[in-house]
Structures are given as C-alpha cells and as structure tokens.
Design a protein around this ligand. Structure first.
Ligand code: ZN
Length: 255
C-alpha cells in the first residue's frame, strides 16, 4: 500500500492538468448514507424512492409534502466535510486541478473550500431549491424555513410553480452544460483521479475511458473494486478519507 501511495504521489507531482471525479464513497465518512446499499435510504424507505421520480413529484401533492418533511429531517444537511474533501482542496491549491466533477448532491466539496467555479455537480445540489416552472433558485434553508413556518408544500414565490430540491430526480434530464464541461475536462487532462465511485453510472462514468483514450493516466481510489479498474495505472483500495490525504501530502506547487 505504501508503495502504491508513493507511486500516485509521484504521478500527481508531474501532472499539470488533473481532473477529479467523486462519488458517494467520499462522503460516507461524513455520515451521508448511499442510496442503494443495505443501509441506503431507498432500501429502508421505498416511498422516498417514489418521491424521487419527477412525475410523482409533479402530480402528487402528498409526495411533495412527504419530500419536504424528509428534507427538513435530513441529517445530511448537518454533515461536515472530511479529510478526503479537504485533501482535494490541497490538490486544488497546488495549481493542478482543472475540474472537480461530482455525482454527489451534498455540497461538501464547496463546504471544504473547493472553488465553486471548478465543481461540476452533475446530479445537482440539495443545498438549493429550484422552481420546476421558472427555474428560480433559492437556498434550501430559506425554503425549509417556510416549511417550518407551516407551508407544507411551499410554492415558488416568483411564479407559484412547484419547488423541489435542485437535484436531478429520476425522469429529469442532466444539464447539458454540466456534461459538456465534464467532457471537455476529461479530454484535456493528463491525470484523472476517480474517488469513491463504482464508475457504473452513465454518462458521467464515461469520463474515465474518455480521459484514458485521450492519453491521460487514470488513478482510482475506492473502498471496493470498480467497473473501470482495468483502465487505471493505479487502483488504491482503502479508506478514502485516509488515502486521499496520503497521496496529496507534500504535493509541490505547480511552477
Ligand atoms: Zn417559479
């Protein structure tokens, strides 16, 4: 393991354009459960999965009221970034990070100090609410304050439309601009670091073969094997919040 960590450190030290792709595994040490594992929220609460389909959400006020109750009670809102998120901020400050693509909706990269302009949240963010009609956005806390004041399904203040967390629900398309940014970053990096993702959810997992076929090295850090291990120069299996700080420790600034 020490040899693999040293190997990745030397690859990062000579890289000039690094793209990082993160999935749920980087946030589990912050206490955020994944959705589909044995302890996942959808496994334990099938109604929550129903609420996550946009058609049900649009058509059924009961689904929306229940969703707002779940948002108000969500422990994920209080979660704090961990050493893994902070290590990626150190990588950014070394001058190498060109894009941080994340499948997570928890906002913990920005909370750790990552430059919001470098973060592409392909599945949206739970930190904001968005109107399904006019697209108006507000902080999630502002919408939840209205729920706390007694509105069990608060409408958009601008147009009266339906408000939802600004995440991509089942049945909603991904944002083309976000996919274009991820695609361009993957094509132009010299090292892609994939962290905490099984790399099985498309189209974003395609960033890995895209980077590889464009000549980039691939490093994978995860708790278990991924679909893309065969494309990687190095696969580090272990605790993400321990491995990431180790591989960026002492990284020299890009001159
Ligand atoms: Zn609206």
């Amino acid at each position: 393991m020490d040899a693999l960590i040293a190997d990745v450190r030397s690859r990062l030290a000579v890289a000039e354009r690094v793209v990082v792709l993160t999935g749920a595994g980087i946030s589990t040490d912050s206490g955020i459960p994944d959705f589909r594992g044995p302890q996942g929220m959808w496994t334990k609460d099938p109604a929550a999965e129903k609420a996550s389909h946009i058609d049900h959400y649009r058509s059924d006020p009961d689904v929306r009221r229940r969703a707002w109750k779940l948002r108000a009670a969500s422990l994920a809102r209080a979660a704090a970034p961990n050493a893994g998120h902070r290590a990626l901020v150190d990588l950014e400050r070394s001058g190498r990070l060109t894009c941080l693509i994340t499948q997570n909706i928890d906002g913990l990269h920005q909370a750790a100090g990552s430059d919001p302009d470098l973060v592409v949240e392909v599945h949206g963010t739970m930190r904001e609410a968005a109107c399904l009609s006019c697209g108006d956005r507000m902080p999630m806390e502002a919408a939840l304050e209205r729920v706390a004041q007694g509105e069990d399904d608060p409408p958009c203040l601008r147009c009266g439309g339906i408000l939802k967390s600004a995440t991509i629900s089942f049945g909603q398309p991904l944002v083309p601009d976000d996919l274009d940014r991820a695609d361009a970053a993957a094509r132009s990096c010299d090292l892609l670091l994939a962290v905490g993702s099984t790399l099985s959810v498309y189209p974003i997992a395609a960033a890995v073969p895209l980077a590889a076929s464009s000549g980039a090295e691939v490093v994978i850090v995860n708790g278990s094997p991924t679909e893309m291990d065969a494309l990687a120069q190095v696969v580090l299996l272990g605790s993400i919040s321990e491995v990431l700080p180790a591989i960026v420790a002492g990284i020299p600034p890009l001159s």
